[in-house]
Unconditional design. Structure first.
Length: 277
């Protein structure tokens, strides 16, 4: 009997020795990012490739850019991947990251009802917003401190429109992400500013169509930053940097460029400083 016990014990040890990977905690990082990278399907395309390459799992917390940066400030993420350059530069200046790297871009568009009651169709985003405000046609704002919301507010200001003075029932702030904003606009046949990537992946379009595009002011740059481990010692700096390095590498950039819906490319890599188009 003692011999049998020794044999079983030896077999158990041998089995454990052949499975060292299962005894190790999996490598994983948290990335705070925008709803557009999540809801467009980009992360579903990118992250399996990254994990296959590195063995590092990525948990995405998708929020507006302002909220994503706040998560980084609290040290509740290892990496932030967002699209509001002014807010990102402030994040670096405050010491919450030591470096910001550009990754990719797409553009914003204004979508609205095909009948276009405000006569907003065109390439000049500022003139289009003036027409929407003048006609007081329904407009949906994310109102969530996202990069898209920040861009929208900037366009209203540049158009010379004081929202506080003209806001009424026609202007609705929902405090939610891009998907819910598009769903609300579809239900209410309203205008809304959206990034093109989320629009291309959005199915519940109703009577909405792209009305305003092509203005260079609608350029939408994305940047990525490692949360500074000097601020938060628990940040997984090595694995977080591995994710950033992969995103800006030729392989990562090629993977971004390969993501398409209906044959249309959603994001355009420019980590190497490629010219904006």
């Amino acid at each position: 009997m003692q011999h049998v016990r020794r044999s079983l014990f030896g077999l158990a040890l041998a089995a454990l020795a052949t499975l060292p990977a299962f005894a190790q905690a999996p490598r994983a990082i948290t990335v705070a990012s925008t709803t557009s990278t999540e809801q467009s399907g980009l992360f579903g395309h990118l992250l399996p490739r990254f994990m296959e390459k590195t063995g590092i799992d990525v948990k995405v917390v998708a929020l507006g850019t302002g909220q994503a940066l706040d998560i980084g400030r609290r040290g509740d993420a290892d990496v932030v991947f967002v699209h509001d350059k002014a807010a990102e530069d402030k994040f670096v200046a405050e010491g919450f990251a030591t470096k910001r790297q550009e990754v990719m871009y797409n553009d914003f568009v204004i979508v609205g009802p095909k009948a276009d009651p405000a006569k907003a169709t065109g390439q000049d985003v500022l003139e289009s917003l003036r027409r929407i405000a003048g006609a007081k046609t329904p407009f949906i704002s994310r109102g969530d401190r996202s990069g898209t919301h920040a861009a929208e507010l900037r366009y209203w200001t540049d158009a010379g429109i004081d929202l506080a003075a003209v806001k009424g029932d026609w202007y609705k702030e929902i405090g939610q992400g891009m998907g819910p904003a598009l769903n609300t606009a579809s239900a209410e046949n309203a205008y809304v500013l959206t990034d093109r990537g989320t629009w291309l992946s959005f199915k519940n379009r109703g009577d909405l169509t792209v009305l305003v595009e092509g203005d260079r002011r609608l350029f939408n740059q994305y940047g990525v930053m490692l949360v500074n481990p000097a601020k938060h010692a628990h940040v997984k700096a090595a694995d977080g940097q591995s994710f950033i390095d992969w995103l800006v590498s030729p392989e990562g950039q090629k993977t971004i460029a390969e993501y398409k819906i209906g044959g249309e490319q959603l994001f355009f890599p420019n980590a190497s400083g490629a010219p904006r188009s």
